[in-house]
Design a protein around this ligand. Structure first.
Ligand SMILES: Nc1nc2c(c(=O)[nH]1)N[C@H]1C(S)=C(S)[C@@H](COP(=O)(O)OP(=O)(O)OC[C@H]3O[C@@H](n4cnc5c(=O)[nH]c(N)nc54)[C@H](O)[C@@H]3O)O[C@H]1N2
Ligand SMILES: Nc1nc2c(c(=O)[nH]1)N[C@H]1C(S)=C(S)[C@@H](COP(=O)(O)OP(=O)(O)OC[C@H]3O[C@@H](n4cnc5c(=O)[nH]c(N)nc54)[C@H](O)[C@@H]3O)O[C@H]1N2
Ligand SMILES: [Mo]
Length: 583
């Protein structure tokens, strides 16, 4: 996030939530939105589904899955046409405005209403509301990024914030809600194929030298492989061994059957997890890890706040904190510099190596201040809840670089793009057709966490969220003879799953929604592995799908097939032993 969570409750006048099911997936952030609403802030929500947030919105833009770019470009179009932009901010702090202006010209409310079905007047009102606010905040999540044009969409949102001067001030910003408790921390520590800790580019010799000196090894100068590129890299013979930790890709990666096929070609698969997951069951070696309540350290949350985590109980059996497993492995590989006794020593190394971001964050301060937002370069520095204050950006020119974003649902708008200097483009990689007439969009429910390894072992949660549900609109259900609670089979070009129909107006017509929480109906057997060229994120928010009512007997048969596929019976005994005291 460019800004911090409490600012939403305190300072924001207009909140634009796009592609985020905030109430179910980030309830604490949702609480801030409600708080803001209570003091008169206005809420715009763009989501194809009638989520709780959409239900509370002043303006709900029911964008069809896949059509964020035309929607955002239309808001830009109206703001520019009606002169609602911040000319002083644009002049002083941005470059590229004219190109954006030209690129959004064709995205008129009439044209975008035609393309998306969103009423023209709602588009105009939303643009006015956002642009006229003293402080407007954009909040987005996976309904923005999980497309082959996710990066382009984020750039379009940044354009929106920049031309209205909604950056670098309290209650403004472009705010991606990070998903996992410590995914921000993992990225901060260099768990990305192109960067060293602190987002230092791995291709820069000066950056590498900094770490090579401390670690006493030569570091590779090449950008590595992204997670979404792993299956093909295995099949190409580039990857022979895979070490997976804190990830259950058999369930969470798109086009799961393709992933499984690739894994069969590995020489070695190691999985380090706190439970015997669907992926671990395919591994040659499984290493038991300690979970969050069983170890010390820090987590960094979505607002870049580093927070202390304290061990509450001992890990069961032979499980160890991940850092201890890695250190032990390093020693076995004859590297003897990872002799840490406590995570504090690792953190001290981080402070030494990346002082510009983390230098001022000490364990002592973390204890006293309940978390510090980086960058925090010195011990007397208060931390940085708001990035880009005073319109100072981290680009070579110090200005925000605006880039035109073009979109065509059917094909990449190449010809049009040629007339711009630095454009980004988007188009959908799979559109509905006669055989696969529905759009499948995927995501989460409040009761479960991702692949269910943890939440499905929690009885109260499993009671309230016991099974996979497929949301389908009543109009479609009636046409297909599907009643609420019937079994439905979903098929794409990549696979089939069966689950229970939830006939509901939460989803628009011609769209179905389900999750990747349940192995017995894992939606990632259906999803598409086309990726974004910049970030590598797969297009898991849209696929063309066929929907069919099936009999309970057919559903039962499919269930038995999945049971065999996910090695459920075979491993029950081992699984119980593996997770020992943890259930
Ligand atoms: N309970 C629970 N909470 C979680 C998680 C969990 O598994 N369970 N996971 C965590 C993680 S890692 C993450 S990344 C976050 C994810 O949090 P979110 O991104 O909020 O959750 P999703 O369900 O993936 O999708 C968000 C919304 O995008 C909408 N959407 C789909 N297509 C489009 C589109 O084209 N345009 C727009 N505007 N919206 C679209 C969907 O209808 C959905 O409401 O949640 C985190 N929090
Ligand atoms: N169709 C579809 N697919 C998606 C998404 C979607 O919206 N739709 N969302 C994507 C997103 S945003 C995400 S983040 C991914 C999530 O995908 P995954 O990260 O693969 O899903 P999780 O179930 O969270 O898996 C985390 C694993 O870590 C283990 N674990 C927990 N704590 C620890 C620990 O301290 N140490 C170790 N070693 N292991 C631990 C858990 O038991 C679990 O097996 O899924 C992606 N896949
Ligand atoms: Mo995520």
């Amino acid at each position: 996030m460019t800004n911090s969570i409490p600012e939403i409750g305190k300072n924001t006048e207009v909140i634009f939530v796009i592609g985020s099911n905030t109430a179910e997936c980030h309830p604490l952030v949702a609480r801030q939105i409600i708080k803001a609403r209570e003091r008169g802030a206005r809420l715009i929500v763009a989501d194809p589904r009638l989520t709780e947030m959409a239900n509370k919105a002043d303006i709900w833009l029911r964008v069809p899955a896949g059509y964020n770019i035309p929607l955002i470009n239309c808001l830009l179009h109206v703001i520019i046409k009606e002169g609602l932009f911040d000319s002083a901010f644009i002049k002083e702090h941005t470059e590229g405005f004219d190109d954006v202006k030209q690129a959004v010209e064709e995205f008129t409310p009439a044209c975008v209403a035609g393309l998306t079905g969103i009423p023209e007047q709602d588009l105009i009102e939303a643009a006015r509301l956002y642009a006229r606010a003293g402080a407007a905040s954009i909040i987005y999540c996976m309904g923005v990024t999980q497309f082959s044009f996710g990066t382009a969409t984020v750039v379009a949102l940044s354009n929106l914030a920049a031309i209205t001067g909604n950056l670098g001030r309290p209650g403004t910003g472009v705010n991606p809600l990070r998903g996992q408790n410590n995914v921000q921390g993992a990225c901060d520590m260099g768990c990305l194929p192109n960067s060293l800790p602190g987002y230092l580019n791995v291709t820069d010799q000066k950056n590498r030298a900094r770490f090579e000196k401390e670690w006493g090894v030569k570091l590779p100068a090449k950008v590595g492989i992204k997670i979404s590129e792993v299956p093909d890299a295995i099949l190409d013979g580039c990857i022979r061994a895979l070490y997976v930790f804190g990830e259950n890709p058999v369930m969470s990666d798109p086009d799961s059957n393709h992933f499984r096929h690739a894994v069969e070609h590995l020489d070695l698969l190691v999985v380090q997890d706190i439970f015997l997951t669907e992926t671990a069951r395919l591994a040659d070696v499984v290493l038991p890890a300690a979970c969050w309540g069983e170890k010390d350290g820090t987590f960094s949350n979505t607002e870049r706040r580093v927070q202390r985590v304290r061990k509450a109980v001992d890990p069961p059996g032979e499980a160890l904190p991940d850092w201890q497993v890695f250190s032990a492995l390093a020693r076995l590989l004859d590297y003897h510099k990872m002799n840490y006794l406590h995570p504090r020593e690792i953190w001290e190394e981080v402070r030494r190596l990346v002082p510009e971001k983390f230098g001022g964050i000490t364990y002592q301060r973390l204890d006293q201040e309940r978390g510090i937002n980086w960058p925090c370069p010195a011990e007397d520095h208060p931390g940085t809840p708001i990035l880009y204050q005073g319109g100072k950006f981290s680009t070579p020119s110090g200005k925000a670089v605006l880039r035109p974003v073009l979109f065509d649902p059917v094909q990449v708008p190449g010809e049009k793009a040629a007339s711009f200097k630095n454009p980004l483009t988007g188009s959908l990689s799979e559109l509905p057709d006669e055989t696969y007439p529905f759009v499948l969009t995927t995501g989460r429910r409040v009761y479960h966490y991702h692949t269910g390894t943890m939440t499905r072992r929690c009885e109260p949660l499993d009671q309230v969220g016991p099974k996979q549900l497929i949301e389908i609109n009543p109009v479609d259900a009636a046409r297909l003879g599907i009643a609420d609670g019937d079994f439905v089979k979903l098929s794409t070009r990549r696979g089939s799953i069966a689950a229970t129909a939830w006939v509901t107006e939460r989803v628009p017509e011609k769209t179905v929604f389900t999750t990747f929480h349940f192995w017995e109906a894992n939606v990632n057997e259906l999803t598409n592995h086309t990726t974004d060229p910049v970030s590598g994120i797969p297009e898991i928010k849209v696929a063309a799908v066929q929907v069919k009512k099936i009999s309970p007997a057919e559903a039962k048969q499919l269930y038995e097939e999945k049971k065999e596929k996910y090695l459920v019976d075979l491993t029950r005994e081992v699984a119980t032993k593996f997770s020992q005291g943890r259930r």
